[in-house]
Write a protein that binds this ligand. Structure first.
Ligand code: BGC
Length: 422
């Protein structure tokens, strides 16, 4: 790759944050809502067994052992409070925001469109544009209408047409305000968590083979949706939000090196090869790395997030360099962040990432944006509400928003990087 002489973030770099509908909107009704109601008690009962080794167990145990933690419920009521949240995005000097459309609101019953919900997302998206915030729309972020899930969701190839029809409907409405469209958020994570690990609905135990079917159908869904979107407007920049990790050998043994390469291939390339020709940019979600000894992952665990994930934020550099070298598409970091309730690590984490991204840019990577996960504290799927990923703290009782010190700092950094650039 060609080295650039003056290392700076590009002029129109997108600085922002991400959320997803079910995690922040409140009062959604989809396959997750149903599953939460059925599983909240069991998750609360299992919490001690599953989470007791976390360093912060004492602090989180009351919440983690309560069934209420496992239901998204009102979440952050972002559906009604989005104007306040957009103002926070502005205060933080951000110029981009990634969010998802809740399909179950738009099409609550098969073929029955909810005009009010569509109007909501239209106004919402237009408002972002008017505020000078680039809207980055995600069409699927792990939640499905109950009727679609009942038909077998992405397990069935014949169901893909429903997703494409919904995508066409909503994008016809939002079209003029949008440039960047994420069709699917982390399809491989969805398939594995829902069909292999059984942490997420439908959690069909004994049907692990379905994971491959779901992965292939999601690849088809992306390709068909991308074709439809490009026919609608050639200028759309279409991508998925791909979950990457960095795999590296912990020693020089042949087995460690080969295993790390195979794991990296399975993580990134197995799925990306199926869809990359139908992407204009590549969205990358990055949370952690994996150090490989032999054929096992054994991480240094020097710094951990509140959910026990090994933190190596500077490795974002290697993920970006590898994906760019391989696929030659402009990249956007569509998510990266950490659960950090006392905000003691977020500033360090972002600093490491800024350095890593800067180095990747210096190496010639065409990186176009960084969207932190998350703007707000939110409902963290099977963990529930106790993990705090937000740049902005949310008091779930009063819905009061308070930007964390790291957010205020990050907002200043964004401003200074822009000034340095002009
Ligand atoms: C998902 C988010 C989630 C985050 C933290 C990402 O894989 O897209 O929905 O909250 O990770 O776990």
């Amino acid at each position: 790759m060609q080295k650039k002489s003056v290392p700076t973030f590009p002029k129109r770099f997108l600085w922002g944050a991400s959320t997803s509908s079910h995690q922040v909107e409140g009062n959604t009704h989809n396959q997750w809502t149903v599953w939460e109601l059925e599983n909240a008690k069991a998750l609360a009962t299992k919490a001690e067994y599953v989470l007791k080794d976390l360093e912060n167990w004492e602090q989180i145990k009351t919440e983690a052992k309560s069934p209420a933690n496992y239901a998204a419920g009102d979440a952050t009521d972002h559906y009604n409070r989005y104007e306040e949240d957009f103002q926070i995005i502005k205060q933080l000097n951000m110029n981009a925001y990634r969010y998802s459309i809740e399909w179950s609101r738009v099409e609550p019953e098969e073929g029955a469109w909810n005009a009010e919900a569509i109007e909501h997302y239209k106004i919402y998206t237009a408002r972002l544009r008017a505020l000078g915030i680039e809207p980055i729309v995600t069409l699927f972020h792990f939640t499905l209408p109950v009727w679609f899930a009942a038909k077998g969701g992405f397990e069935k190839r014949s169901n893909i047409k429903y997703f494409v029809r919904y995508a066409e409907k909503i994008m016809n409405e939002l079209g003029p305000h949008v440039k960047i469209v994420v069709t699917l958020n982390e399809p491989t994570v969805y398939a594995v968590e829902s069909y292999h690990e059984h942490h997420w609905p439908p959690a069909l135990v004994h049907k692990k083979y379905k994971v491959w079917r779901v992965i292939n159908n999601m690849a088809r869904a992306h390709r068909q949706t991308a074709k439809m979107l490009h026919a609608m407007n050639r200028r759309y920049k279409v991508t998925i939000a791909h979950n990457s990790m960095y795999f590296y050998p912990g020693d020089n043994a042949w087995l460690s090196r080969v295993s790390a390469q195979i794991m990296q291939y399975m993580q990134d390339d197995y799925f990306l090869r199926k869809i990359i020709k139908h992407c204009d940019v590549l969205g990358v979600n990055f949370y952690f790395s994996n150090r490989v000894y032999g054929y096992r992952v054994h991480n240094p665990n020097e710094r951990l997030s509140d959910v026990g994930w090994d933190l190596s934020p500077s490795h974002i550099q290697y993920v970006l360099e590898r994906l760019y070298q391989k696929y030659k598409l402009p990249l956007i970091v569509t998510e990266s962040g950490l659960a950090d309730g006392d905000d003691s690590q977020r500033r360090w984490f972002i600093t490491q990432q800024l350095v890593g991204m800067q180095k990747a840019l210096d190496e010639g990577v065409d990186l176009r944006g960084y969207l932190h996960w998350s703007l707000l504290d939110n409902f963290e799927w099977a963990y529930g509400k106790w993990p705090r990923y937000g740049l902005v703290h949310v008091d779930y009782k009063t819905q009061q928003r308070t930007p964390r010190p790291s957010a205020i700092w990050f907002g200043k950094v964004i401003r200074s990087l822009r000034v340095a650039d002009s």
